[in-house]
Design a protein around this ligand. Structure first.
Ligand code: NDP
Length: 442
């Protein structure tokens, strides 16, 4: 049995209760199989795969808080410090009802590879809680954030572990978390990124992930003598990543026709009106179904048929496993040309395999959504040197880096499979991580 197959078999036995973690790791290992086979004895001797897969530390804790009705609430808080091989732990916090160890372990594992690919000196981590801020008042959110930080602060620091936002953790939550960290430690320091501009945040961080996806899309198309202008694009999600991906796509004269939330999706064949979308989602924090009240010619559906929309490019920006094999079959039937991920692992492994085997260009999130962590890295640099960069400076650095990453992936691309960005991204991350891991001893 090959080393990769042996590790995947053991993984399935040991972590059978953690399907997302198994899925993320298997996807990476299978794409690395031919690379590892070239030096199988060496990697096996050093147990490189096992050492890269198992998180260095898993922190799990109870978060008890009191809601507006004076009821006691109990949630579970986590921080998965996956790898510090390349630098201090870095990765977002997710507050969502479906957060559990498996979800956070997959996200932390992906983050380690993503951070390695960006070239930043950062390790990988992820954290969060099964607390869902959606139906909570501001006081409840603040209350929860403070109790969550009361435990988390023991394990983080600007040179130890630097969390950021993710699903359910936006500017408001980061502010409450930062304020409480400062109170507990008596230190004003860059312990979190995605901070507000008035207290050490970076211009361009809010936009970075969505913009970065579009900069990468633009470059991938350019390498194929194509351009983004006039492309019809289907986006899922309507949160931070989706809205800023839509914004940049519109600026570059593409037409975006869909968006979604966890209740349903909209189809606007005239092209999504960003002003209406921002008003509903960012200003009023309403459900997406409101969109059709502002624009009656658009359609709202509460089914999962978004992926049946005929488009040139899909950009899934909501959550993991939102695109299944059946959806991928629909995409191919409708002649989609390219799928680039804004979310983390939005496609099942079967969906990825189907798209790739049918000639659809697929760009994995660990490359395409890395704009967020890149600008978080820039936020850390600005905090450390106590200077502020302009929006234009941050944005042009982001764009350059997204373009450079496409060129890096092209350099290691298997000539037999010139569109396999998944393998290229994983090989680049793996080689860097393996070398650093072995150099640092057992
Ligand atoms: P937000 O919380 O801002 O938005 C999430 C969006 O996805 C919302 O529209 C939400 O709808 C929808 N969504 C969430 N969970 C589900 C679900 N189970 N089913 C259907 N829809 C769902 O998060 P972000 O935009 O920040 O993150 C989106 C994705 O991008 C995540 O995978 C995240 O890990 C990834 N990402 C984010 C980065 C960042 O900088 N923010 C960086 C890199 C990756 P609803 O409002 O109904 O819940």
């Amino acid at each position: 049995m090959s080393y990769v197959q042996e590790v995947i078999t053991n993984l399935n036995k040991k972590y059978s209760q953690q399907p997302e973690f198994i899925q993320a790791v298997s996807e990476v290992l299978l794409s690395l199989e031919s690379t590892i086979k070239q030096d199988e004895n060496f990697y096996r001797k050093h147990r490189v795969l096992e050492r890269l897969i198992v998180p260095e530390r898993i922190i799990e804790f109870k978060v008890t808080w009191i809601d507006d009705n004076q009821n006691i609430q109990v949630n579970t808080g986590y921080r998965i410090q996956h790898s510090s091989v390349l630098g201090p732990y870095k990765g977002g916090l997710r507050f969502h009802a479906n957060v559990n160890q498996s979800v956070l372990k997959f996200l932390a594992f992906e983050q380690t590879f993503k951070n390695a690919l960006t070239g930043l000196p950062l390790g990988g981590a992820k954290g969060g809680s099964d607390f869902d801020p959606k139906d909570k008042s501001d006081t409840e959110i603040m209350n929860f954030c403070q109790h969550y930080m009361s435990e988390l602060y023991k394990y983080i620091g600007p040179n130890i572990d630097i969390p950021a936002g993710d699903i359910g953790v936006g500017a408001k939550e980061i502010g409450y978390l930062f304020g409480h960290y400062k109170k507990l430690t008596n230190r004003f320091e860059g312990v979190l990124t995605s901070k507000g501009l008035s207290y050490g945040g970076s211009l361009g961080r809010t936009e970075a992930t969505g913009y970065g996806v579009i900069y990468m899309l633009e470059e991938v198309l350019k390498q194929k003598n194509d351009k983004i202008e006039n492309k019809v694009i289907g986006v899922s999600g309507s949160g931070n990543v989706a809205i800023h991906a839509i914004e940049k796509a519109l600026e570059l004269r593409a037409k975006v026709v869909t968006a979604s939330d966890s209740n349903g999706w909209i189809l606007d064949n005239d092209g999504i009106d960003l002003g209406i979308l921002k008003e509903i989602k960012l200003k009023k924090r309403q459900r997406l179904s409101e969109y059709v009240n502002h624009k009656p010619s658009a359609l709202y559906f509460s089914n999962n048929d978004l992926w049946k929309t005929p488009v040139d490019v899909f950009i899934p920006c909501a959550t993991q496993n939102e695109v299944t094999l059946d959806d991928a079959i629909d995409m191919v039937t409708n002649k989609v040309k390219l799928v680039i991920e804004g979310a983390n692992m939005p496609l099942t492994n079967e969906a990825v395999g189907y798209l790739q085997s049918h000639g659809v260009v697929y760009v994995p999130g660990k490359a395409s959504n890395s704009g967020g962590v890149l600008v978080s890295g820039y936020e850390m640099s600005q905090n450390a040197s106590k200077i502020t960069w302009s929006f234009e400076e941050v944005d042009s650095k982001l764009r350059e880096k997204m373009i450079e990453m496409v060129k890096d992936m092209n350099r290691v691309m298997d000539p037999e499979y010139p569109n396999n960005y998944l393998k290229a991204a994983n090989v680049l991350g793996f080689k860097k991580l393996a070398e650093a891991l072995i150099s640092q001893g057992v």
